[in-house]
Ligand binder design. Structure first.
Ligand SMILES: Nc1nc2c(ncn2[C@@H]2O[C@H](COP(=O)(O)OP(=O)(O)OP(=O)(O)O)[C@@H](O)[C@H]2O)c(=O)[nH]1
Ligand SMILES: [Mg+2]
Length: 604
């Protein structure tokens, strides 16, 4: 068993993309955990398929390595605000946190969120200013901005006196003086070992652990992970799992600990260390695992409430069941219930319909990731436009707000400010950086940001940065106009034809290609005007006896705008749905039957 004085439990926290996973790679490598020459993949901890593809961390993950006789358990966390729930629950496992900050971008909304959570838990924070190799690095300014952030978050005097390290995570280099390069992360290891206290444990007390993460192993089933607050646990022990409204006695069937990022079986784990326990099948995050003879429940963790919901329902379109294998409402509900076991920041609510469920989460990215995972597992479903949660409190109608930090080139300030104003955003700060870029801060209803990101990128020619973070609930701000354009709707079932697509393309932007299967009520494009337009998209070129001049044979179809899940989620209106299958993303009207929907204009 590990001597608790020789353990350090830390998390690595930051805004998205500031370099957390890259730094963890090098911390693990330089600790000598791998054999010389052993090929180690980049961003080792981003092990999920979707994480590799998108280059972002979605789920918090543990790793462990030894430095100078000290065992360091580290948790890599996601930086995107939609996955903030992961950070909140991880922080109760650790005694210290590395707060990473990009040397050019400086502290951003999620830096504030994670630092606030760390200060609340009163854990030791070590500041690492990363990417000091960037040509636009503003090292001293960023240091000052971080200091201001600590003050602003009402950190204690001791907390404000933070230790700062400068790093190039990508090169595995850390230094105390940004002007002096080193060839290792030594100063960072030393800071972890010397500044982060060993885990506080209750001596001679019975077993106590809070489930902070959940895993799965093909041989032993579901795994409960967490930090041992007190006591020891051995394979074969009878223990108690205290849940929200029940408690269950179980036998520990296997125990594991992290070695680098893999789990190795052990027979016993002591206080202060990270434990992975098998044998309990039915549990969720926040449950306490404790002694069966002398049980000591821990207070449940609270995470910020989810703010954005989408309705997931059974695919009832004409192509239902053609591309996916999991299509029934029972399968969908089972899958959502499984998600709840892992995901503390998601909620599932029943709706009036038996085949539709409302899934509420932290944001569009989080919900999008869940939908994408389901499609890869063979699901077919319909999803609605993301909508914010509205609360009623003491007679007041409340909606969620975001703190948005925007970094754009000076000429776009006018356009962006105007758009956000229409979306009920209020500017709270504006700093002209003198580098040709301006930083704007807004407080804006979350509702106003739904569907805004792609517009923002277009308005800033792809050079703008937009970061947002939940900023509490406030009075409902009234109507916000959503998409202005109408949709082009297919009037029949069949195969889209190049001739028809070509024929319609001057009326708007087409979403379907030649050969795509379409059906009545399916959306095939965006109308340039504000009304919906019913079109025949399958008609082939009419043959005539007279051969026309050569020019009309070469039909020139402008490239269509293919609908990805993300684009579709931004684009749709309340009266429309996204049809998600393992192979396709289609847009459709809720009401496919033309006799049952308000009469739109017929294409002539
Ligand atoms: N220039 C420079 N780039 C770096 C440095 N460290 C990391 N990067 C790059 O920054 C990008 C993001 O790195 P990640 O390690 O995935 O960032 P992260 O904080 O884990 O991101 P999330 O988990 O999604 O929040 C990658 O392209 C890295 O190669 C550095 O020191 N200098
Ligand atoms: Mg990461």
């Amino acid at each position: 068993m590990q001597d608790p004085k020789k353990i350090r439990n830390i998390a690595i926290i930051a805004h998205v993309d500031h370099g957390k996973t890259t730094l963890v790679d090098h911390l693990i490598k330089q600790a000598g955990t791998f054999r010389e020459n052993q090929a180690v993949e980049e961003r080792l901890m981003d092990s999920m398929d979707l994480e590799k593809e998108r280059g972002i961390t979605i789920a918090a993950k543990n790793a462990s390595f030894t430095y100078n006789d000290i065992k360091i358990n580290i948790v890599d966390t996601p930086g995107h605000s939609d996955f903030g729930g992961e950070v909140e629950r991880v922080l109760n496992m650790v005694d210290g946190a590395i707060l990473l900050c990009d040397a050019s971008e400086g502290p951003l909304p999620q830096t504030r969120f994670v630092l606030k959570k760390a200060l609340e838990q009163n854990i030791k924070v070590i500041v690492v200013i990363n990417k000091i190799d960037r040509s636009d690095a503003r090292i001293q300014d960023v240091h000052n901005e971080l200091f201001d952030l600590f003050i602003d978050l009402e950190a204690t005097e001791e907390q404000c006196d933070f230790h700062t390290i400068y790093a190039i995570a990508r090169e595995g280099m850390a230094t105390l003086d940004p002007d002096v390069k080193t060839d290792s992360l030594k100063v960072l290891y030393d800071a972890i070992v010397n500044l982060v206290p060993p885990p506080t444990i209750v001596e001679n007390a019975p077993l106590q652990l809070m489930v902070s993460n959940i895993g799965y192993n093909d041989y032993v089933g579901r795994l409960a992970m967490g930090r041992m607050r007190a006591g020891t646990v051995k394979v074969g022990d009878d223990i108690l799992c205290i849940q929200e409204n029940a408690q269950k006695k179980i036998k520990v069937s296997a125990l594991f600990q992290y070695h680098v990022n893999s789990q190795i079986p052990v027979t016993e784990i002591g206080a202060g260390d990270m434990a992975i326990i098998a044998g309990i099948e039915d549990f969720t995050i926040g449950d306490t695992i404790t002694s069966a003879v002398d049980p000591r429940p821990l207070p449940r963790i609270k995470v910020d409430e989810p703010t954005v919901g989408m309705v997931f329902s059974v695919n009832n379109g004409p192509f239902a069941g053609m591309e996916g294998k999991n299509v029934t409402s029972r399968k969908i509900l089972e899958r959502l219930e499984r998600e709840l076991l892992y995901n503390v920041s998601i909620r599932v609510e029943k709706t009036d319909a038996t085949d539709a469920f409302k899934v509420v989460g932290r944001g569009e990215l989080q919900l999008g990731v869940l939908i994408e995972q389901m499609r890869r597992e063979g699901f077919e479903l319909l999803v609605s436009k993301p909508q914010v949660v509205i609360k009623n409190e003491g007679g007041r109608k409340l909606e969620p707000f975001e703190h948005a930090v925007i970094d754009i080139e000076d000429p776009y300030v006018g356009a962006v400010t105007e758009k956000l104003g229409l979306r009920k955003g209020v500017m709270t700060n504006m700093v002209q950086k003198g580098t040709g870029r301006t930083r704007l801060e807004f407080r804006i209803p979350s509702r106003g940001l739904i569907g805004y990101r792609s517009e923002f990128l277009t308005d800033t020619r792809g050079t703008g940065l937009l970061n947002t973070n939940f900023d509490g609930w406030d009075d409902y701000r009234g109507d916000i106009q959503s998409r202005i354009n109408g949709a082009m709707i297919s009037d029949r079932k069949g195969e889209a034809n190049a001739y028809s697509i070509w024929n319609k393309q001057e009326r708007g932007i087409m979403f379907v290609n030649h050969g795509d299967e379409v059906y009545e009520g399916m959306i095939v494009g965006e109308h340039a005007k504000d009304n919906d337009l019913v079109v025949n998209i399958i008609e082939a070129k009419r043959m005539s006896n007279v051969r026309a001049s050569g020019s009309d044979e070469a039909i020139r179809v402008i490239p269509v705008r293919p609908m990805t899940l993300e684009k579709a989620m931004e684009w749709i209106k309340e009266t429309e749905l996204i049809e998600v299958t393992p192979k396709s993303i289609r847009l459709r009207l809720k009401e496919l039957d033309p006799h049952k929907r308000p009469k739109p204009q017929k294409d002539k």
